[in-house]
Ligand binder design. Structure first.
Ligand SMILES: [Zn+2]
Length: 341
């Protein structure tokens, strides 16, 4: 079975809640997700590899230093300010139109600062958030190291997820874009082009925006149609596709046959790449509370097989998946497909 990279620090982020339509609702992006995946991988005979530490070079090749420094310090500053919320949450947003496109002033108030970097209210920061997000980057980069050293396939058990983060904005329960960081690190090792295939139920909007217009990283995302009312709402449409980016939105209720046809198209789009990063969300599965797609465990295994047929060195980065009973088995099935087991 495939090597999988793990860090206990990925469990330290405990958002407990998200603020959704102005209401505090229970978090679904919980540490138990990673624990469930690890348990199933170990039971399946996968080999655990401890994450190595990496400096910030790969991180800063993808994200603005200002975002990284905000995430690093946000909880300490917030907690020192004795605010009524026990998590960092924005209340005002520094949209570019607000300042006519000019750089917004760095706000004096600690409680205004999240509005420079957050694009939603549901992605809360608390004690341990930075440590988990940064550990997830190390997990992803360690998987890149394994593949660079000759492993055909490595799985990064990253948490929190990352594919909704742009160069300078966090959101969608994501803080640092592990997938984009892994792809950028792979690019430096194997040369262009590197491919990212995102099969999370939601559009990989952060990843798309990071690489749009570039020909060295090809991105493709198979996801539920944002036009049907799903996150990230404002993008993820077919019309954003170009030579280097392909969006394959699917209607709610999509089952294996149509989903796998889209995965097949995704694979064809990245044929000729030198290496592959799979942004593996298993929230497209039937029964996942966060999406209306109806993919089976067998479908995920077949998706793995389709991507294996590309014959590329492959790093798998964990994104979404919120049904604690099935998240582990779904990851294992996908890895079985990818490894030809
Ligand atoms: Zn998702």
């Amino acid at each position: 079975m495939v090597p999988f990279v793990w860090s206990d620090d990925c469990l330290r982020h405990e958002p407990e809640a998200e603020v959704w339509v102005g209401t505090r609702t229970p978090a679904t992006e919980v540490p138990a997700r990673a624990v469930a995946i690890r348990g199933e991988l170990v039971a399946a005979g996968a080999r655990e590899v401890a994450a190595d530490t990496h400096d910030d070079a790969a991180l800063l090749a993808v994200h603005d230093r200002a975002l990284v420094e905000f995430l690093r310090t946000a909880w300490d500053e917030w907690s020192a300010a004795s605010l009524p919320s026990d998590r960092v949450v924005p209340y005002v947003f520094a949209r570019p139109e607000l300042t006519g496109g000019r750089e917004p002033a760095a706000p004096a108030a600690v409680w205004a600062r999240p509005g420079l970097f957050a694009y939603d209210t549901m992605t809360l920061i608390g004690p341990g958030t930075w440590e988990s997000a940064r550990a997830a980057v190390d997990v992803a980069l360690t998987a890149v190291d394994l593949v660079s050293k000759g492993e055909p396939l490595a799985y990064a058990c990253t948490r929190p997820p990352g594919h909704h983060v742009t160069r300078s904005l966090y959101g969608g329960s994501c803080y640092l874009n592990n997938t984009a960081i892994a792809a950028t690190a792979l690019l430096a090792r194997v040369g262009a082009p590197v491919a990212i295939v995102d099969i999370d139920a939601h559009h990989g909007n952060g990843t798309q925006e990071l690489f749009l217009g570039r020909d060295d990283v090809r991105t493709v995302s198979v996801h539920v149609d944002p036009g049907a009312g799903w996150f990230p709402h404002f993008l993820g449409f077919e019309a954003e596709s170009d030579e280097g980016n392909l969006n394959l939105p699917l209607p709610p209720g999509t089952r294996d046959v149509a989903w796998l046809a889209a995965v097949q198209r995704a694979a064809e789009f990245v044929t000729g790449a030198r290496a592959l990063v799979v942004a593996l969300g298993v929230d497209a599965a039937a029964g996942d509370p966060e999406s209306p797609l109806e993919v089976t465990a067998g479908g995920y295994r077949e998706a793995g097989r389709i991507l294996r047929d590309l014959g590329l060195p492959t790093v798998v980065v964990q994104e979404g998946g919120y049904d604690l009973a099935t998240i582990g088995p779904l990851v294992v099935e996908t890895l079985r497909g990818l490894s030809g087991a």
